[in-house]
Design a protein. Structure first.
Length: 332
């Protein structure tokens, strides 16, 4: 009696892959760009002065500083971590810069950069050596840095008039463009190149996507995590110096607002909190969204009590669009 062979169908793995492909979503950055365009149109309709030269300059100045600290924050989020110490670091660097300008002049700038890199290295070391989650580790170091800022200068400090010339590195102009924007462009290109075209940058993506497979592939996980947190410290330090120069003074509480703002800029732009997805362009779009949103709501007269609610809704929707639930067994 002849055997009847059943026709072989697709395996379970193939079915899962097919199903996953069918469920692939539009990249979150497209939603972010659409949101940005819609907001600009709506705010322009609400107030014709929204796109005035003065108001556009206000938006870009705020977004520039937020972008710089956000680019550093993005580096830690790409590896699946988070840096809550950026606020304390910015506050500390702010007062240190002003005091150092009085004593060592232009050397104050490389000193502050070193402080940022060292703070990032310490955060990475606590994470990789002591095995404390980045959320807790950076929350602790952020508190320490905030206390140090208040110890160094309990009150805001003003840059002496004799040092105003050194502030032109941020406040001056070059080829008709504000140095603040030119510096932001250079920093953006730096992060874009580091993350997209270097081995260290690609390792950040690989580690955030699948840390176990990255380790099996020979990637140095400790070094990669340390590098990501050092990038975050660098971004926070530069942003603090830019803000301090713009305001001609330092403030021991200056960075408080940037803790959540930097995270919001990253996730609203489409970088996933679960790591491995996103990039510098996403953070640029996110910083512009927050800058346009905050300024636009004030320009059109949205009640201050509703502004935080609107921002909260935008953040929740952004995370819902980018969160990779396959990396989390259970949502807690």
């Amino acid at each position: 009696m002849a055997e009847i062979k059943e026709e072989e169908g697709p395996s379970i793995t193939e079915k899962r892959i097919t199903t996953h492909r069918k469920r692939e979503r539009i990249p979150a950055i497209y939603f972010a760009i659409t949101l940005l365009v819609v907001m600009v149109v709506l705010f322009t309709i609400g107030n014709r002065n929204f796109l005035s030269a003065y108001n556009v300059n206000t938006i870009t100045s705020y977004s520039a500083i937020l972008l710089v600290v956000g680019l550093g924050q993005m580096s830690t989020i790409l590896i699946g971590g988070i840096d809550l110490s950026v606020g304390g670091l910015m506050s500390f660097v702010s007062v240190v810069l002003v005091i150092a300008l009085k004593t060592i002049g232009a050397w104050a700038f490389p000193l502050c950069l070193s402080v940022g890199l060292m703070a990032g290295y310490i955060n990475g070391t606590i994470l990789t050596r002591i095995k404390i989650p980045s959320f807790i580790a950076t929350l602790g170091t952020g508190g320490i840095l905030t206390s140090l800022a208040l110890l160094v200068s309990p009150l805001p400090v003003v840059v002496p008039a004799s040092s105003y010339g050194l502030l032109d590195i941020v406040n001056g102009t070059l080829i008709g463009m504000p140095n603040l924007l030119l510096l932001t462009l250079v920093i953006f290109i730096f992060f874009y190149v580091i993350l997209g075209f270097t081995t260290a940058g690609r390792n950040i993506y690989y580690t955030g996507s699948n840390i176990k497979m990255s380790w099996m592939s020979g990637i140095d996980i400790r070094r990669t995590r340390n590098f990501a947190f050092m990038l975050s410290g660098l971004g926070a330090a530069i942003a603090a110096m830019m803000q301090t120069c713009s305001q001609f003074g330092g403030d021991p509480t200056m960075g408080k607002v940037y803790i959540l703002q930097s995270i919001a800029a990253v996730v609203v732009g489409g970088t996933a909190l679960t790591g491995g997805t996103g990039g510098a362009v996403n953070t640029l779009i996110g910083a512009l969204i927050l800058g346009v949103m905050e300024n636009g709501m004030n320009v059109v007269g949205v009640d201050a009590y509703f502004q935080q609610s609107i921002l909260g809704i935008v953040i929740i929707v952004s995370v819902a669009l980018t969160f990779d639930r396959s990396k989390t067994a259970m949502i807690k």
